[in-house]
Design a protein around this ligand. Structure first.
Ligand code: IMP
Length: 201
């Protein structure tokens, strides 16, 4: 059985392949690279869940296969949930991780309340109309001096609750085991497996 993952990011595909190998060993995960005619989907919704669903619906419709999509970001309490769904383009340039991180650090200068959470919504959509969206979070605190080169995005300034390392300093397996994306995708994989009769017709 094949499921399309709505991303061209090879790192994300590898990460999800590891998770799915446990829950759904018979599934082959395809990236959207296998469908070169598929256009990128604009994230026009105002929530992580809405954007994840939007992407999964578009990819499932186009490929006529079940599809999984995620949308994720950093929500800072003092910034009333920003950068939130705009995390990838907070500085104005899409995907400029360093500029995005520096903008958050500037806005948090001298602020005592440094609580933040990474959020991930993971959506699954099947050609028969079945839909499921799972949301998961990883709570922590922002530091003011970036540390660690293992991660991406805001990882160098995020220390998860109960840990001393930033997610940028953690081994990838440890991060996967506690991360917003790891939690959402493991739960989604379990549901896809247990509700197979509902979507596989
Ligand atoms: P997405 O690819 O639309 O889900 O955008 C996610 C953005 O949120 C990334 O570009 C990062 O800036 C941020 N982000 C999401 N998850 C993480 C993470 O695990 N570590 C660091 N930054 C993250």
């Amino acid at each position: 059985m094949q499921i399309v993952l709505a991303t061209r990011n090879k790192g994300k595909i590898r990460e999800l392949a590891r998770i799915f190998a446990h829950e759904l060993p018979e599934v082959e995960l395809l990236g959207t690279d296998n469908f070169p005619e598929l256009a990128d989907v604009d994230e026009t919704e105002d929530s992580f869940e809405g954007n994840a669903l939007l992407k999964a619906v578009a990819v499932s419709r186009f490929t006529k296969l079940p599809a999984i999509a995620d949308d994720s970001g950093l929500a800072v309490d003092h910034l009333k949930g920003a950068p939130g769904i705009y995390s990838a383009r907070y500085s104005g340039v899409h995907g400029d991780d360093e500029a995005n991180l520096q903008k958050v650090l500037r806005e948090m200068e001298g602020i005592a309340n440094r609580r933040a959470q990474f959020v991930c919504a993971a959506a699954f959509v099947a050609p028969n109309g079945y839909q499921k969206v799972i949301r998961a979070e990883m709570v922590g605190e922002l530091i003011s001096q970036p540390r660690g080169a293992n991660g991406f995005g805001y990882d160098p300034i995020f220390v998860p609750e109960g840990f001393a390392q930033t997610t940028g300093e953690m081994a990838p397996d440890l991060k996967d085991s506690i991360s917003h994306r790891g939690k959402a995708m493991r739960e989604l994989a379990q549901i896809i497996s247990s509700e197979r009769a509902s979507w596989e017709q």
